[in-house]
Every structure is written in C-alpha cells, then in structure tokens.
Ligand binder design. Structure first.
Ligand SMILES: [Zn+2]
Length: 133
C-alpha cells in the first residue's frame, strides 16, 4: 500500500515537474509584427492628417498653417513608410554612428606647476622654470 502511494506520488511529482518545465520552456510566441509600432505611427499620422483637414475645412487653420503642417506630416509619413519597407526587406537598421571626435594630439609633457604643455621632455619648465618630472 505504501509502495503504491509512493509510486503515485513520484509519478504525480514527475508529471507536475514536467508540465511546469514545459510551460516555461516554450518560448513565448511573438505576437507583435516587426512593423507593428510603425503601423501604429502610420495610423497616427493618418489620423493627424484627417484632423488637420477637418480643422482646415472648419476654418480653424490658415492656408499657410495647413500646408505647412500637412507637409511635415506627409514627410513623417514618408519616413515611416520607408522604415516599414526597410523592415519588411529585413535590412539591418541604419545605426547612425556619431562621428567620434578625433583625440587631440596632446603634448606629452605637462608642467605640474603651471600646466604649460610641451611637446618634448624637459628638465625644467620653460614657462615657470620649476623642475618637471
Ligand atoms: Zn611650469
């Protein structure tokens, strides 16, 4: 009797353990398409364009304001569309690398006393005359 209980217990524990591990093992499916955030932005821009047109029609906006805002929205839209195209083609993201400023060639020898910099090593500072180490 005890043996049966033990066996059942072991089986149950093993089963639970297996299920538990399995549930964690399965990688979560990626429900978000790679362009999801871009699609959202696109939709938002379209909405803005609609709002803009509405406001223009009801006379809330001047011609110039309307044209300017429309243009900037269209530019943004074009950018998003290009981004979507790029993502769809699987191209790697263009990472804008900031140009590293070239390290200034610093004189190797700096006077500890006055801070004067020299290109060559000297026993005494040419500026303040104190010994340079
Ligand atoms: Zn000096």
């Amino acid at each position: 009797m005890e043996l049966i209980i033990a066996v059942v217990l072991v089986i149950t524990v093993t089963l639970l353990y297996t299920l538990f591990i399995r549930a964690n093992d399965i990688p979560p499916a990626d429900p978000v398409s790679p362009t999801a955030h871009l699609d959202e932005r696109k939709a938002a821009i379209y909405e803005n364009l609609r709002d803009l047109q509405f406001e223009y029609r009801v006379g809330k906006l001047s011609d110039a304001d309307y044209q300017q805002t429309k243009l900037s929205l269209q530019k943004e839209l074009a950018g998003v569309m290009a981004e979507i195209d790029r993502v769809m083609q699987g191209a790697p993201a263009v990472v804008e690398k900031a140009e590293k400023p070239k390290p200034k060639t610093q004189p190797a020898y700096v006077c500890r006393h006055c801070g004067k910099q020299f290109k060559t090593a000297m026993k005494f500072c040419g500026e303040c005359g104190k010994p340079m180490s």
